[in-house]
Design a protein around this ligand. Structure first.
Ligand code: PEP
Ligand code: MG
Length: 592
């Protein structure tokens, strides 16, 4: 934020500067999404007011149930019944008579306002749940606190902004948006995202790029200075949130928007053209998918299939993980949408910032270095094998591609492949129709894997480089922490050298190699990835036409020479600067 903005006068233009996370410009009204707990003041009441207080509580509980039911109905319409189970549990909490009985007793005893008593009872109840032996009951504590917060908002007459129940197109401002929050988002209503924390590969940024909406992250203290409903312009190119923009600012941004639309229209014409360089090197451009809702965008983008389907999104916000049949159904949709190309279905990457609320993944002090992805799956063979069976069943009689995230050792890869073999055997023994050909791939996103890549290559049919994590682990810079965003450098020569190593090992072993991290969708990085020799790039579908245009403007031979230079450099800032200059020369319309 600019120092001059510390005491904003209401209605005057204020500019907040953060990290540009998804390009584009949009104007609209701000919807503030916060989970902040209201601090209730203790107000004494008289004996004869107890009845009124209880009636207020009843009214707030009724309103809460109506709100939860509305969210549940909305989600069932857009995502099916699975993710609504959690709201079923919330409805039960909002109707729990033991809580209201406890409130009544406390009201009679303490004679203070119902907000305070209710908050006290809810916290005590949640604590007793946390102390339980049974992990399922322990996890109910989060539901109780969630519902309790909603009831308190209703009691004090404040509106709790629900991402899932947004009823008008809005620019969403939050402290942070977790993958579980955004999985429930009413996507039609999101014009843009602004968060106080996060960096360019945090989930909010990835999601914004896949929805093709602007996003700015790392905007410290924006929540304190903004009010819900304020008119704003969000500039995802420069990383600005402009609150109460003046007429002049609106005009200037109108011009930028016009130019952007003109470029996009031109890009549409490229849909059916190959992603080939001027000297004829052809790449496969495929799409990253998080939720079945993303599928319709794929055909429009001209992507050749799906290079990364992040299955963990199906597992968030669920009381129970999806069963085999539900997964088969969804994976079949994914496979069908990809035709005539293939889809790469990635096995569960839970952990890190993707935490399901109900499956015993207790908070860890270093979640990105903890019990994540393949580490979790190998210790939960039932969950893992259910998923592997469902993947194999997604294309009976045909071919499927599956890949394993976060491989750090050869043993993990062999164990995952053994379970895949078992899943296939079980299907065969039970005479259940399944794919006849299964191609398995390893994600290379941990430096140890990149360094032992020659030992991994003979085991798989392809590699997919996850540059989001590869950068985070190589630079030891948390991809979601804006404080170390400057250190998070995908173009650092160390990261480029690891990619180079993976590509060379893939060549030696006769397998193909793709990139499915955010680097693949960033046109500034295209010359480097091209020069490093990857065969495929997978990205949010909206980036496909832009990257195709970049590839068509470049010369493979020149990119190879450029990459040799980049690999010799001593800093990520220098390599980034060179790449920006190349992009500016080769396709200025995509980078300005
Ligand atoms: C990556 O790490 O680059 C990747 C594609 O996986 P995710 O972003 O889901 O961790
Ligand atoms: Mg990853």
């Amino acid at each position: 934020m600019n120092p001059s903005d510390s005491n904003p006068v209401p209605g005057t233009e204020i500019r907040f500067a953060g990290i540009p996370a998804s390009p584009g410009v949009v104007s609209g009204r701000l919807a503030i999404f916060n989970h902040e707990e209201i601090r209730v003041r203790i107000t004494p009441i008289r004996e004869e007011q107890i009845g009124d207080e209880l009636r207020r509580l009843e009214a707030a509980l009724l309103k809460t149930r109506e709100q939860i039911q509305a969210i549940k109905d909305h989600l069932a319409r857009s995502l099916g019944d699975g993710p609504t189970e959690i709201f079923e549990a919330h409805l039960l909490v909002a109707a729990d008579s033991t809580i209201t009985a406890a409130v009544r007793r406390q009201l009679e005893l303490r004679k203070v306002c119902v907000e305070h008593v209710y908050q006290h009872v809810i916290h005590a109840y949640a604590q007793s749940m946390r102390d339980m032996e049974d992990p399922y009951l322990r996890e109910r504590a989060a539901d109780i606190l969630d519902v309790g917060r909603r009831v308190i908002y209703n009691l004090v007459g404040r509106k709790l902004a629900d991402l899932y129940a947004l009823d008008a197109p809005s620019i969403i401002l939050a402290h942070d948006l977790s993958p579980s929050d955004t999985a429930l988002l009413n996507r039609q209503m999101a014009l843009g995202f602004v968060t106080e924390v996060g960096s360019t590969t945090s989930h909010t940024a990835i999601m914004a790029r896949s929805l093709n909406i602007p996003a700015v992250v790392g905007l410290h203290h924006a929540l304190e200075k903004c009010e819900s409903g304020a008119p704003v312009i969000l500039d995802g190119y420069a990383g600005l949130l402009i609150v109460h923009p003046t007429q002049q600012t609106r005009y200037e941004y109108g011009q930028i928007e016009k130019r952007r639309l003109a470029v996009e229209q031109k890009l549409e014409a490229l849909r059916d053209t190959p992603a080939a360089t001027r000297d004829g090197r052809k790449l496969v451009l495929s799409a990253n998918v998080e939720l079945p809702e993303d599928l319709p965008l794929i055909a429009e983008s001209g992507a050749e299939g799906i290079g990364l389907y992040r299955t963990e999104f199906l597992f968030l916000n669920r009381v129970q993980f999806p069963g085999e049949e539900e997964q088969v159904n969804i994976y079949q949709q994914v496979v069908q949408t990809s035709r005539p190309h293939l889809a790469i279905i990635r096995t569960l990457d839970l952990g890190g910032d993707k935490l399901p609320s109900h499956q015993g993944l207790d908070p860890e002090s270093n979640p990105f270095l903890g019990w994540r992805a393949i580490r979790y799956c190998l210790e939960k063979p039932d969950i893992f094998k259910t998923q592997l069976r469902a993947i194999c069943r997604s294309n009976p009689g045909g071919k499927v591609r599956v890949m394993f995230p976060m491989i750090a050792t050869r043993e993990e890869l062999t164990a995952a492949l053994a379970l895949l073999g078992e899943a296939r055997e079980e299907l065969k023994a039970a005479d259940i129709p399944a794919a006849t050909e299964v191609e398995a791939g390893a994600m290379i996103e941990v430096p140890s894997a990149a360094l032992i890549v020659d030992h991994l290559a003979p085991l798989v049919q392809f590699f997919s480089i996850g540059t989001n994590d590869l950068t985070q682990y190589t630079m030891a810079a948390d991809r979601t922490n804006e404080r170390v965003a400057a250190l998070y450098q995908p173009t650092h020569p160390a990261v480029l050298a690891l990619i180079r190593r993976v590509v060379e090992a893939a060549r030696r072993n006769g397998i193909w190699v793709g990139v499915c991290g955010e680097m693949a969708g960033d046109v500034v990085m295209t010359p480097a990835l091209l020069g490093l020799g990857v065969d495929e790039m997978s990205m949010g579908s909206v980036s496909v036409p832009r990257v195709k245009k970049a590839i068509q403007s470049l010369h493979y031979g020149e990119c190879q020479e450029l990459t040799e230079r980049l690999l010799q450099m001593d800093s990520g800032e220098k390599t980034r600067k060179i790449l920006e200059e190349v992009a500016q020369r080769a396709y200025p319309e995509l980078v300005t």
